[in-house]
Design a protein around this ligand. Structure first.
Ligand code: HEM
Length: 501
């Protein structure tokens, strides 16, 4: 038995030495950066593995405090460089070369395939070019009616909750954004707000959690082990739910296109004289019908990508904004008085694009919420060439983790960074601030394609809630719990009390 153990240990040490030898250049360059002690095989994963979702943010924060603004960790033998300053993330975000996503995104592949979020190189370039027109501001204007209609449904549903008793707002806003992305981008009404639970939403939450688990525990990296683990078995079950949901959406849209007369598909008003929205999914289907530019599989991966990115990011963004508004009555009243200026006491009138554009203060509230609780707390790239950052030469092959949340807390650009203060976004205050000090939507060529959509949607929904209800948060900033997963998720939801105005 002892000789067997010895053999295994010898094999492990030899394999580790071989790996190190192969990556010696990488190892030497990375070890110049500060960071927790490297342990052969494990790297620095001992600091992250087996941590609860709640602890993870604290681990990140204490490492950031110790090594800020640049340090390294090792995911087994894979080096990760953490960047936390505007100047540093700018170097990577603005590069037209460093556009390859980090290893963590490979865990997204079974779900999102090689879609816009995960792909790289020429595939990403041509796909980005193809879908960009679907997010032109002229197209977005056509979506304002849907934003307004779904917001009104939410406001009506919340009537049953406006009794000064705490409830979790997060599932309500999630179903609202799910309805919106389905109807605007996919051209399909699913009425998620009218059913109480969504298997798709629960599967998305669980999957985000499992993907982060894989990112922390190197043994789950192997597909063989992962598929046999309980986390892996749950993930593949959830995959069926998520793909089943998006497949149904594609099938229904294909059917409704077949029943439309060709003339109706090209004109920009429908038979009842309403503006016809050219849904993002229609564009993909047209591309596949006309010239076989896209296969069914490729359509599926884009639909999965936009369904996920298009609802999870905005719903959590609004949940955090509600949390902050509910903790800051003075800011809430200021936002409300702006809405009174725009709408008067009329709580029924739907917002127009012009109204949304006039909501300057609410826009600052949304921006400040995204500064403190960015929906996407960090993003990752694989360095495809050496790059000098912060006095270090970061080698090709390393992963770069760009900590959006930490960049947003840099006291050099954000004095008293923990303070919630929408006035930071007044035109005068913005003057002279580093352009990459605020990057909730990332920046450069791989920035968020849906950012204008997100801002309009958030203004439409939050303004409808504010016009009708007074919000009070149950949790304080100090005791609310967040998990840094694909999305910065509130672990126990967002508990608020609502009262009718
Ligand atoms: C508050 C809302 C949102 C935030 C904070 C946000 C943030 C981001 C960030 C940080 C990225 C870069 C991700 C990375 O490099 O890994 C990104 C990419 C992306 N976002 Fe958003 N997003 C939001 C809303 C949306 C919406 C509404 C849509 C679609 C309707 C969308 C679609 C996408 C897509 C497709 C990408 C990949 C773009 C590419 O790589 O070319 N996002 N988003």
């Amino acid at each position: 038995m002892a000789s067997m153990v010895l053999l295994v240990v010898a094999f492990a040490v030899a394999a580790c030495a071989a790996l190190l030898l192969k990556n010696w250049r990488l190892f030497r360059a990375i070890e110049k950066l500060p960071g927790p002690t490297f342990v052969p095989f494990l790297g620095t994963t001992y600091a992250m593995a087996f941590r609860s979702r709640e602890e993870l943010l604290h681990v990140f924060d204490s490492m950031a405090e110790q090594y800020w603004p640049i340090f390294r960790t090792w995911f087994g033998h894979i080096p990760e460089v953490h960047l936390m300053k505007a100047e540093y993330v700018e170097k990577i975000m603005t590069s037209s070369e460093q556009i390859t996503k980090s290893d963590i995104y490979t865990f997204l592949h079974p779900w999102l395939g090689d879609g816009l979020l995960t792909s790289t190189g020429s595939k990403w370039h041509s796909r980005r070019k193809m879908v960009t027109p679907a997010f032109h501001f002229k197209i977005l204007e056509n979506f304002v009616d849907v934003f307004a209609e779904k917001s009104q449904i939410l406001v009506d549903i919340l009537k049953t909750k406006a009794d000064d008793r705490p409830f979790d707002f997060y599932p309500y806003i999630t179903r609202c954004t799910l309805d919106i992305i389905c109807e605007t981008a996919m051209g399909t009404a699913i009425d998620a707000q009218k059913v109480s639970d969504s298997d798709y939403v629960s599967a998305v939450y669980r999957s985000g959690e499992v993907i982060m688990k894989r990112a922390r525990e190197p043994w789950l990296r192997s597909d063989f082990i992962f598929r046999r683990s309980s986390a892996g078995r749950q993930f593949y079950k959830d995959l069926e739910i998520m793909h089943g949901f998006t497949k149904k959406i594609i099938r229904e849209r294909k059917l409704s296109r077949q029943s439309m007369k060709p003339k109706t598909m090209t004109q920009n008003v429908d038979d009842f004289g309403r503006k016809r929205r050219v849904a993002f999914l229609d564009m993909l289907l047209e591309a596949s019908e006309d010239s076989q530019k896209l296969t069914d599989q490729e359509i599926q991966e884009e639909v999965d990508t936009f369904m996920f990115e298009g609802h999870d990011t905005t719903s959590v963004g609004m949940a955090w904004a509600m949390f902050l508004l509910g903790n800051h009555p003075d800011v809430q009243e200021k936002a409300y008085s702006e809405l009174i200026d725009i709408f008067g006491e009329d709580t029924q009138r739907s917002p127009t694009t012009q109204d949304l554009n006039n909501m300057k203060y609410l826009e600052m509230v949304i921006k400040e919420s995204q500064r403190i609780y960015p929906s996407v707390a960090f993003i990752g790239r694989t360095l495809t060439q050496d790059v000098a950052v912060g006095g270090y030469q970061l080698p090709k092959g390393a992963m770069a983790l760009l900590h959006i949340r930490k960049v947003h807390q840099d006291p050099e650009h954000w004095p008293d960074p923990e303070r919630f203060d929408p006035d930071r976004f007044l035109p005068d205050s913005k003057q002279g601030r580093h352009p990459f000090a605020y990057v909730p939507f990332s920046g450069g060529p791989r920035s968020c394609i849906g950012q204008r959509f997100a801002l309009l949607e958030e203004k439409a929904i939050l303004s409808s809630i504010l016009r009708n209800y007074v919000i009070e948060s149950v949790e304080s900033r100090e005791n609310v719990k967040a998990a840094p997963e694909l999305i910065l998720r509130p672990i126990d939801g967002i508990k608020v009390k609502l009262n009718a105005r």
